[in-house]
Design a protein around this ligand. Structure first.
Ligand SMILES: *Cc1c(COP(=O)(O)O)cnc(C)c1O
Length: 422
């Protein structure tokens, strides 16, 4: 049986399940995740790490939940031995509900609330990555008040240009994330001598959808030399968290070589002899998901031809937010000569455009198509804009599919609101 997304008998399938069958049962728009592709992606990363690093120092792979936080997806990844990187109290609860051991959960994020911090300390997460001096103060106060030791690491802002989209660059000096080394040093010293605080080490995350290894080399070199400096002072150093950011191929970009990435870790981080943590998100789930949609109308104007879908920017915001390019595939292969279309959603914004001037075979209202590589930052960023119910999510495995999130309906949305009876 085929694994992943492949065409068989001229129709696109997910792990051997015809997408048309999923659309008939679950409706559209609908996210479809291939567990076979998830398996492959995790195995590819693990293989590269196994080749480069000794068995005794294999990194903890903490999946960045914000890329795709569906319980079914998280549970599947947990079954493959992954931990989690969470950026909110909500994601922490999700990761636990999906069966991930808190000892394998890292808590990142620049604006953790008191409630989030208390919950994380009580849950005994592997580490809380500290992003500011006032946040450290908060964590210290809450840990001491609870009488529970909090494991912390400091997020270094290495001032490295990740050479990616400005909205997903996080490691430049003028980004809100992390702290420069000279600010961390005194905080690290102080934390090392604070009761109920257990300093683990450092973390770094420079951005998302990186397509070259050079920025990783720069960031890993900086975190390693800073870690050496701290250890030389006799300060505790148990772990280095190298973040995520590995890019995937959406269009014609080059994906970074995983063997090269693992080799960088061997060369720059391994010699320190500490526990290594990685936080990949997109790399593991991006190409394992697609957004299944139906053509609502073909609309022709004097100058353009629009393919209006039943999916919109509220379902998949990446094109509108990041000018992201996504492959669009008709579910049924066609040999007809392609025509040029603007592929758009129904939302009342010109930004609600999935593709402009895209060559596609002529499709009719009712035909299905798939927006590919939508497994990362797809549903996770979906909204109800225009009072559009959130789409369904489905997972496939060896010829079977299961709904892992029911489609919302309008009643679900209205039930959450109230008209005040003054
Ligand atoms: C978003 C994020 C990640 C994951 O980034 P990807 O590009 O999806 O790999 C990892 N770590 C932190 C702290 C993040 O904010």
């Amino acid at each position: 049986m085929s694994q992943g997304f492949e065409s068989t008998d001229n129709t696109l399938q997910a792990d051997g399940v015809a997408l048309a069958r999923i659309a008939a049962v679950c409706g559209t728009p609908c996210y479809v995740y291939s567990s076979g592709q998830l398996d492959r992606n995790v195995e590819r990363l693990k293989t590269a790490l196994r080749r480069a690093l000794p068995a005794s120092n294999q990194p903890l792979i903490a999946f960045a939940c914000k890329a795709n936080s569906n319980l079914g997806v998280l549970n599947h990844l947990a079954g493959l031995g992954l931990g989690a990187d969470v950026v909110s109290g909500g994601e922490l609860v999700r990761a636990q509900a999906a069966g991930i051991d808190p000892a394998r959960i890292v808590f990142s994020g620049v604006g953790k609330s008191d409630e989030d911090i208390e919950y994380a300390i009580r849950a005994h997460v592997a580490q809380i990555n500290i992003e500011s001096a006032p946040e450290l103060e908060r964590v210290v106060a809450i840990a001491q008040q609870l009488g529970i030791t909090a494991r912390v690491a400091f997020r270094l802002n290495p001032d490295v240009d990740a050479q990616t989209h400005a909205k997903i660059t996080t490691g430049k000096e003028d980004n809100k994330f992390g702290l420069p080394a000279e600010v961390i040093t005194p905080l690290y010293r102080q934390a090392a001598h604070t009761s109920f605080i257990d300093v683990q080490g450092l973390s770094v995350h420079i951005g998302s959808q990186l397509t070259t290894l050079a920025p990783f080399r720069e960031a890993f070199s900086k975190i390693a030399s800073f870690a050496r400096q701290l250890a030389a002072e006799g300060l505790p150093l148990r772990s280095l968290d190298l973040g995520g950011g590995l890019g995937i191929v959406y269009d014609r970009e080059q994906a970074p070589c995983l063997d090269g990435y693992a080799e960088l870790i061997r060369e720059l981080i391994s010699p320190l002899g500490v526990k290594i943590i990685l936080e990949p998100g997109r790399l593991l789930v991006g190409d394992a998901g697609l957004l299944l949609a139906r053509v609502t109308y073909i609309k022709k104007t004097k100058t353009r031809q629009y393919m209006v879908l039943d999916a919109g920017m509220n379902d998949l915001v990446r094109p509108a937010l990041y000018e992201a390019w996504h492959e669009i595939r008709p579910v049924v292969d066609s040999a007809a000569p392609p025509e040029m279309y603007d592929v758009v959603g129904p939302v009342c914004e010109t930004g609600d455009t999935f593709a402009r001037d895209r060559a596609l075979p002529p499709l009719l209202a009712g035909d299905l198509l798939a927006i590919m590589n939508a497994g990362a930052y797809g549903f996770a960023m979906a909204s109800r804009y225009n009072t559009r119910p959130l789409p369904a999510e489905v997972m496939t495995r060896n010829g079977h599919f299961r709904v892992i999130r029911h489609r919302e309906n309008i009643r679900d949305i209205l039930e959450e609101e109230a008209i005040p009876a003054w």
